[in-house]
Design a protein around this ligand. Structure first.
Ligand SMILES: [Zn+2]
Length: 374
């Protein structure tokens, strides 16, 4: 059977049209999300201010500083180490748009692996964006990939030996949370890690908080992972959170697991380091169809079924675990860690106002705490 001459041309035109449309949507991921820091902002910087070799690269990213009038410690909060874990990013954005420091300083980096936000994981059918309702309409957020964009760092080695000497699968060479303490002349991901270490040292950070999410079938979930230097701090925060009805399990950072923030920030920079995890069905393996709605409402019948079979490490009912509940947990975790810092290291205390309370976010939605453009 032979094709009539018009058929191949029509088919080619269709392929070009679909390619142009999807290509445009994919390239739109290179445009940064909006953010509107509140009046508490003292300085808007770039990560490259701490490591100039990063300037002009896809690894450079905004850094927001909130400094109080009274002297105290400095706390660093990272969102977006893994851009496919949306609650960490959104919690950092909400923090950046609301927080005011009265004592000490808070530094917020909402998109720690900026390159990872410019693409999505291949063959996962992940949505590229999700939307949060605000009083002024929908606000769009990018859902990126767990790792740096291969367009920015290629090829992957067969075996990746990270700066701590750990051997990992090649793709992990693009995982920011395996690259600490970084290398000044290393890959883009290692240079980003190096720049974050430079920020920690230059700003005199005493406590670093790295915001993450994990799949509900993963055991480290609803957790505070802590470096041993932050053991008292994490335990104090956990008790306060528990009293407020928010269960967090405590997980000690394994000393032989190299390259992770909660290990290397503590070992290499001597700071208190913690990582917070909330359960995210949208990047788990047991989920049904991936969608932007799943990212936001966190409802998935396969996870609900898995929970009834005892396969999950968190409670997961038919109502799911919405993004608002996960962002609320992250912000409550940050607030509890700041309170605990005041107890365990009073001379390094950081006091802030206007971190939205968990009940408020669950009740009014995340959008009520996203500021409109000036
Ligand atoms: Zn993560």
């Amino acid at each position: 059977m032979s094709l009539r001459p018009a058929r191949p041309f029509a088919l080619a035109a269709l392929v070009l049209a679909v390619g142009a449309l999807t290509g445009r949507e994919f390239l739109s991921m290179r445009t940064a999300d909006e953010i509107h820091p509140g009046p508490g902002l003292s300085a808007a910087r770039r990560l490259s201010d701490y490591f100039p070799a990063l300037r002009g690269t896809p690894g450079d990213t905004p850094v927001y500083v909130y400094r109080g009038a009274a002297a105290g410690g400095t706390v660093l909060v990272l969102g977006g180490t893994h851009p496919n874990e949306p609650a960490g990013t959104v919690a950092a954005v909400v923090l950046a748009e609301n927080v005011r420091a009265t004592r000490g300083a808070v530094i917020v980096v909402p998109w720690a692996n900026a390159s990872g936000f410019t693409h999505s994981d291949p063959q996962e059918a992940s949505p590229q964006r999700y939307e949060i309702a605000t009083p002024r309409g929908l606000r769009s957020f990018r859902l990126g990939s767990r790792v740096t964009n291969p367009v920015h760092q290629w090829p992957d080695p067969t075996i990746y030996v990270n700066p701590g000497g750990q051997k990992l699968a090649g793709i992990e060479s693009r995982n920011l949370n395996r690259a600490y303490p970084g290398r000044p002349d290393g890959s883009l991901t290692e240079r980003v890690a190096y720049a974050i270490m430079a920020l920690i040292r230059t700003e005199g950070v005493v406590l670093g908080i790295d915001l993450h999410e994990s799949a509900p079938e993963y055991p480290v979930n609803d957790a505070i992972v802590f470096h041993e230097s932050a053991a008292d701090l994490a335990a104090t925060a956990q008790m306060a959170l528990q009293a407020a009805g928010l269960d967090f399990r405590l997980e000690a950072s394994p000393p032989n697991l190299r390259g992770l923030s909660h290990r290397e920030w503590g070992d290499a920079a001597g700071i208190m380091a913690v990582l917070l995890e909330t359960p995210n069905a949208s990047h788990g393996r047991l989920k049904g169809r991936p969608s932007a709605a799943l990212v936001v409402d966190g409802r998935d019948r396969f996870y609900a079924k898995a929970a009834t079979l005892g396969r999950l490490f968190v409670p997961f009912g038919p109502e799911g675990i919405p993004l608002a509940a996960r962002v609320a947990r992250h912000l409550a975790g940050i607030a509890a860690l700041l309170d605990a810092l005041r107890e365990v290291a009073p001379d390094k205390a950081v006091t802030v106002e206007a971190i939205p309370a968990a009940a408020e976010i669950r009740g009014r939605g995340i959008g009520a705490f996203l500021r409109p453009p000036e």
